[in-house]
Design a protein around this ligand. Structure first.
Ligand code: B12
Length: 109
């Protein structure tokens, strides 16, 4: 079964830190797990995880699919994370890892 990583990026240029974890991320990951997928959900915004920390977790987990959550005003930062993570993948010693990326969240509602 496919391995999915869902990421709620932290905007390190923003002072905002949420008081609650993302409901959308929890909802999606429990739904996917109930369908048999292996899911790594990283709420970097809530847990204060840096891009480097997330990159390391992803290289360990080796997802087949990457999903990013973003509100409209967060899209530029989410796209930057996606690009940086893509670079990390191509720099990694794992050339077999080809990971499609998907974006979702309120902007698409
Ligand atoms: C609850 C809520 C909050 C809570 C968040 C609680 C939490 N920890 O989740 C609090 C009060 C903290 C909050 C704060 C803010 N909110 Co608010 N909030 C909502 C509200 C009412 C419900 C969101 C929700 O939980 N929905 C239920 C979950 C299950 O849905 P979801 O998160 O959207 O996720 C689903 C989909 O989006 C999708 N999805 C999500 N991620 C991904 C990723 C992938 C890859 C895929 C495929 C799908 C996918 O699947 C999920 C499951 O169906 C919405 C309005 C609404 N009715 O949606 C506004 C809303 C999301 N908020 C909004 C805004 C603007 C804010 C603030 C910026 C307000 C402010 N000025 O401070 C802050 C910013 C918070 C931040 N930076 O994280 C806007 C976003 C507008 C936009 N177009 O981006 C909304 C739409 C309200 C509005 N109409 O203006 N909010």
């Amino acid at each position: 079964m496919a391995r999915l990583a869902l990421i709620n990026p932290l905007d390190d240029r923003s002072y905002y830190r949420p008081a609650y974890p993302s409901v959308g991320l929890s909802y999606l990951s429990s739904f996917l797990k109930s369908g048999g997928f292996e899911v790594l959900a990283l709420d970097a915004k809530f847990d204060g995880l840096s891009l480097d920390e997330v990159r390391r977790e992803l290289l360990d987990f080796r997802p087949d699919i990457l999903g990013f959550s973003a509100m409209t005003h967060e899209i530029t930062n989410a796209a930057r994370w996606a690009e940086e993570i893509k670079k990390a993948i191509s720099w990694s010693a794992r050339p077999d890892w080809r990971c499609p990326r998907h974006r979702g969240g309120k902007e698409n509602a």
